[in-house]
Design a binder for this molecule. Structure first.
Ligand SMILES: NC(=O)c1ccc[n+]([C@@H]2O[C@H](COP(=O)([O-])OP(=O)(O)OC[C@H]3O[C@@H](n4cnc5c(N)ncnc54)[C@H](O)[C@@H]3O)[C@@H](O)[C@H]2O)c1
Length: 253
């Protein structure tokens, strides 16, 4: 069990990639702080991993609120003594919309949720990691950061900032033995899709559209992302910092 006694904070843990990551890390023996704005989804995920070797504690957290993020980190320290890994994964998109037609409120919402949340996570967790002698930070960006599509400019730019912030933090925090990497998944049929489109599920036509330019002809499975998170957080990746890993079935080639 690679993460036995390691303390891992995962935001956006109630659904999709974050929930898959909770399952993988507790299977590897980690003590996980599962953070999400949706309290109900956290109850479900904590129940579903009750028999796993690791421990999971739910902390209802709005990652756009500094005090809430501080409380999330404080809870990790109080419950488990430190923070070894912080996964800034919570995020979300917007319905297809031209940037020049988007309201300022919507723009601020997208940047607060996807980018400023990483700033809060770093501000609250880095002092603990520094005291701990090091750590790992992972940020969930998106392949849209590298291959933007029309009507997604706000979301794609917010994730683009996460990619650059990851590289900047990698050089900034290396002196504290903190590695920083990010993940760039392609489309996945998680609740993200529902929240952006208002649909319950993709139609076959949409699935065909999303996979048509992916050489491996499928979308991201949440476990694809969770497996990459486990690897990047582990000592096997001890010389990797500042990378943005495309999890995209070859789409960006
Ligand atoms: N699904 C995709 O197509 C896709 C592709 C690339 C990147 N991403 C990114 O991956 C990450 C996870 O997405 P997902 O697909 O698992 O989506 P999801 O909607 O299934 O899960 C996101 C979780 O974040 C939580 N959340 C939303 N706002 C929050 C807030 N303010 N504070 C705390 N938690 C909050 C939601 O309650 C939800 O549980 C996001 O950053 C998303 O932008 C998703």
């Amino acid at each position: 069990m690679e993460f036995k006694d390691k303390v891992v904070i995962i935001t956006g843990a109630g659904s999709g990639f974050g929930a898959a990551a909770v399952r993988k890390f507790v299977d590897e023996g980690a003590n996980v702080i599962a953070a999400d704005i949706n309290e109900g989804s956290l109850v479900d995920i904590v129940e579903s991993v009750a028999a796993a070797p690791g421990t999971t504690v739910a902390v209802t957290t709005d990652v756009t609120n500094r005090d809430a993020v501080q409380n999330m980190v404080d809870t990790a320290v109080k419950q488990f003594g430190t923070v070894d890994v912080l996964i800034n994964n919570a995020g979300g998109g917007h319905p297809p919309q031209f940037l020049h037609e988007m309201s300022e409120e919507q723009y601020d919402f997208i940047f607060n949720l996807n980018t400023k949340s990483v700033f809060y996570g770093v501000q609250c967790a880095v002092p603990v990691m520094t005291e701990n002698g090091g750590g790992v930070i992972l940020n969930t960006a998106s392949i849209g950061a590298k291959s933007p599509r029309p009507k997604s400019a706000a979301y794609n730019s917010a994730k683009g900032a996460v990619v650059v912030m990851t590289r900047a933090l990698a050089v900034e925090l290396a002196r504290f033995k903190i590695r920083v990497n990010c993940l760039c998944p392609v489309a996945s049929e998680t609740d993200f899709f529902k929240s952006v489109t208002g649909q319950d599920a993709m139609t076959d036509e949409q699935r065909k559209f999303f996979t048509s330019d992916i050489p491996l002809r499928r979308m991201t499975d949440p476990d694809d992302v969770a497996n990459a998170m486990v690897y990047l957080a582990s000592d096997k990746a001890s010389f990797l910092t500042g990378i943005s890993l495309d999890i995209d079935g070859g789409k960006s080639i």
